[in-house]
Design a protein around this ligand. Structure first.
Ligand code: FAD
Length: 409
């Protein structure tokens, strides 16, 4: 009899396993593929490793005005991918070791939920006092743009590209679409984005979407908004607006399918599979909530889209608020001394407040993810705008922009 049985070894499953293991519980974890799940093997980590190489290449090329002369800067895409593979392998080994150290039994096999306390795998039945389903999600296949792994790729396939295309069509401008657009564009591939909504990154605040569009256009990324894909046929992409595109490859990044393996209310389901927010930190916080009973506030989940500049937000968006019911202040990143030192002046910090409390924050800037976290701490702990004004922010930093912004509310 196990204290805890977990199906799925992504951030939700492995975090639950590690925390229960730390408490001395007898834990069994079933993973049909590789521990680390989507995040480590096909998501957050590999994309950010490639993105870092892309950004570095772009930054070095553009560093003449900072007194850095690097002639003939080149990149080797195969080596970029090799670096990505090494990062993933290193982190996976570390995770495997942590699971071992916590005495978590890991079975590398597909598992099935039999009942509230029973899991079946490899023809055996495992009895568990508590079971967690953490089976995650996978890329969706869409009618009219079926993936073939050669011309039409999903977010898994694209991680195995052996050479860069000259041009690419990216369908969908969510976080995955935006990050890959940045990667390809930095590596000098011509990028075209197709977005069905009226704005890029539709989940973001409207000002963020508009700014990203402006940045992308100045970076020569082509954008078709309010445009769907009717079909993909004979290596041609037919848009609902009537245009026909002929890219070298297509990346379809318009959503993920939940891999729920049960329809039972009697077992706990966490992470992507539970159908709430599909983010690794949301998954791991749910795991901690479930094992350690540390409840987390789901109103203040950070959203980050990586690349240069970062995009980060939490709380309410301006388009969801009724006019006249809130205050807003915006500070341009170019107003901060640090941004000029770094040659990174693009972006803004926007804070929304109601009755002296911050209700939303939207940032486009270098270090946006780090700045966001400071404001989330304030929001969640109801530290008022007036109180925050008493805090001393270091100079020169991007965080000074938060301080400036507070005085506009
Ligand atoms: C390209 C990309 C980039 C991303 N970037 C970010 C990011 O920057 N930040 C962020 O927060 N999130 C990011 N995400 C989302 C993040 O990866 C997911 O939210 C996170 O992995 C969800 O964790 P999970 O444990 O719920 O599911 P998963 O990570 O999907 O893990 C589920 C695991 O369960 C296993 N499994 C399924 N069924 C069974 C079964 N029957 N038996 C045994 N094992 C099974 C699967 O093999 C898988 O390993 C990204 C996703 C993608 C695709």
């Amino acid at each position: 009899m196990y204290d805890l049985g977990i199906i799925g070894g992504g951030p939700a499953g492995y975090t639950a396993a590690l925390h229960a293991g730390t408490k001395g519980q007898k834990v069994i974890l079933f993973e049909k593929d590789k521990v680390g799940g989507t995040c480590l093997n096909r998501g957050c980590i590999p994309t950010k490793a490639i993105l870092h190489s892309a950004e570095l290449y772009e930054e070095i090329k553009n560093s003449e005005s900072l007194g850095i002369h690097a002639d003939n800067v080149t990149f080797d895409f195969a080596e970029v991918m090799e670096h990505k593979n090494l990062v993933v392998e290193k982190l996976r080994k570390g995770l495997e070791l942590s699971l071992k150290n916590r005495k978590v039994e890991v079975l590398n096999t597909e598992a099935r939920l039999l009942s509230e306390h029973k899991i079946e795998a490899d023809g055996q039945i495992f009895e568990c006092k508590k079971i967690i389903i953490a089976t995650g999600s996978e890329p969706k296949n869409f009618n009219g743009m079926e993936r073939d792994g050669i011309f039409v790729l999903n977010s898994d396939d694209i991680l195995n590209l052996s050479k860069l295309p000259k041009n690419i069509v990216i369908v969908g401008s969510g976080a995955i679409g935006i990050e890959w657009a940045r990667i390809f564009s930095a590596f000098e591939t011509d990028v075209t984005i197709i977005e069905a909504a009226d704005y890029l990154l539709p989940a973001a605040d409207i000002d963020v979407s508009k700014r990203i569009e402006r940045i992308f256009k100045s970076g020569k990324i082509k954008i078709y908004k309010s445009n769907g894909v009717e079909k993909i046929q004979n290596k041609k992409v037919y848009l609902t607006g009537g245009e026909i595109l002929e890219p070298e490859i297509v990346l379809v990044a318009i959503g993920r399918k939940i891999c729920r393996i049960d329809n039972s209310d009697s077992v706990i389901c966490i992470g992507d599979a539970c159908g709430e927010i599909q983010l690794a930190h949301y998954a791991s916080k749910q795991a901690v909530e479930c094992v350690d009973n540390i409840v987390f506030n789901k109103n203040f989940v950070p959203f980050v889209v990586y690349g240069n500049p970062e995009i980060a937000w939490a709380g309410k968006r301006e388009q969801d608020l009724e006019e006249g019911t809130y205050q807003k202040a915006t500070v341009l990143i170019s107003a901060l001394g640090k941004s000029h030192c770094d040659n990174s002046t693009e972006g803004f910090i926007k804070i929304l407040s109601q009755e002296d409390n911050i209700i939303g924050v939207h940032i486009v800037s270098k270090e946006a993810s780090a700045m966001l976290q400071q404001i989330i701490i304030a929001m969640q702990n109801k530290i008022s705008v007036s109180k925050l004004k008493e805090i001393c922010f270091a100079h020169p930093t991007y965080s000074e922009g938060i301080f400036e912004c507070l005085f506009g509310l």
